[in-house]
Design a protein around this ligand. Structure first.
Ligand code: HEM
Length: 226
C-alpha cells in the first residue's frame, strides 16, 4: 500500500514541479536536501511521534522507508523503456538526470535514519541482527549506497561535461544492477515477514517484472532496427 501511495505522490510531485526543476535544478536539489535534513531531524529527535498520525504514517514514513526515493528511481528506469514518447514523457525525459539526483538525495534520508542503527551493528556487533536476512539486506544496502553515490555524482551536468560520452554511458549502466539490488534488498527483508508483507512482495515483483519485459522489448527493437 505504502508503495502505491508513494508512487502516486511521486508522480504528482514530478508533474507539479517539472518546469521548476528544469529551470532551477540547483534550487530543487537544495529544497530536497533541506527537506531530507528536516525529516532526519524529526526522526532523530522523535518529534515525529507528536505529529498527526496521518501525516507521520503516509508522508514522513514514505521518505523514511526509502519509498519516495525508490519510486523516483522507478520513474527514471521506466522512462528509459518508453518506445514512443508522449509530450508528457518527453517533458519527464528532459529532467531525467535532475530527478535521479533528487531521488538520491531522498535516499540519503532513508540511509541515514536506518544506517544509524544497522551500520553500527554491521561494523561492531552482528549478533544484534534479528536474522540472517537482515544482515544480508544491510550488506546489500552498502553496495546500493556505493553505486548510488557513483551514479549521483556523475549525473551532475558539470561532472558529466568533464567525461567522455562513452565512459559516462558505461558508468550509467550501473543503474541496472543498482535498480535490481533494490529489489533484492527489499525482498530479503520482506521474505522473513512473508505473511505480513505478502501484498508488498506481490506489488514489487509485478513492477519489476513489467520493467524487465519492457526493457528487454526495447533492447530487441533496437537490435532489429540496427
Ligand atoms: C540507496 C540505498 C537504498 C535504497 C534505494 C533502499 C530502498 C528501500 C526500500 C524501497 C525499502 C522498502 C520500503 C517499503 O516498501 O516498506 C527499504 C526497506 C528497508 N531498508 Fe533500505 N534502501 C537503501 C539503503 C538502506 C540502508 C543503507 C539501510 C540500513 C543500513 C537500509 C535499511 C532498510 C530497512 C531496515 C528496511 C525495512 C524498513 C521497513 O520494513 O519499514 N536501507 N529500503
Amino acid at each position: 500500500m505504502a508503495l502505491i501511495i508513494g508512487m502516486i505522490l511521486t508522480l504528482a510531485i514530478i508533474f507539479a514541479t517539472k518546469d521548476f526543476i528544469k529551470k532551477y535544478p540547483k534550487i530543487s536539489y537544495f529544497i530536497s536536501f533541506v527537506f531530507s535534513i528536516v525529516v532526519i531531524y524529526l526522526y532523530y529527535t522523535e518529534i515525529n511521534k507528536e505529529l498527526p498520525e496521518v501525516f507521520s504514517k503516509y508522508v514522513l514514513n514514505t521518505f523514511k522507508r526509502g519509498i519516495f526515493a525508490t519510486t523516483i528511481f522507478m520513474v527514471v528506469m521506466f522512462l528509459g523503456c518508453v518506445k514512443n514518447h508522449t509530450s508528457l514523457t518527453r517533458k519527464f525525459m528532459e529532467i531525467r538526470g535532475e530527478i535521479s539526483i533528487i531521488g538520491c538525495i531522498f535516499a540519503l534520508t532513508h540511509n541515514i535514519i536506518y544506517g544509524r542503527r544497522y551500520f553500527v551493528w554491521l561494523l561492531f556487533d552482528w549478533s544484534q541482527f534479528k536474522n540472517i536476512n537482515q544482515l544480508v539486506a544491510v550488506i546489500l544496502s552498502v553496495i546500493l549506497v556505493i553505486l548510488m553515490l557513483i551514479l549521483m555524482v556523475t549525473s551532475f551536468r558539470c561532472v558529466r561535461a568533464k567525461m567522455s560520452a562513452k565512459i559516462w554511458k558505461n558508468i550509467q549502466k550501473l543503474a541496472y544492477p543498482f535498480f535490481y539490488i533494490i529489489y533484492l534488498h527489499v525482498m530479503t527483508l520482506y521474505v522473513s515477514k512473508f505473511d505480513e508483507k505478502i501484498f508488498e512482495i506481490i506489488v514489487y515483483t509485478i513492477i519489476y517484472l513489467i520493467y524487465t519485459i519492457m526493457r528487454l522489448n526495447k533492447t530487441k527493437i533496437k537490435k532489429i532496427s540496427r
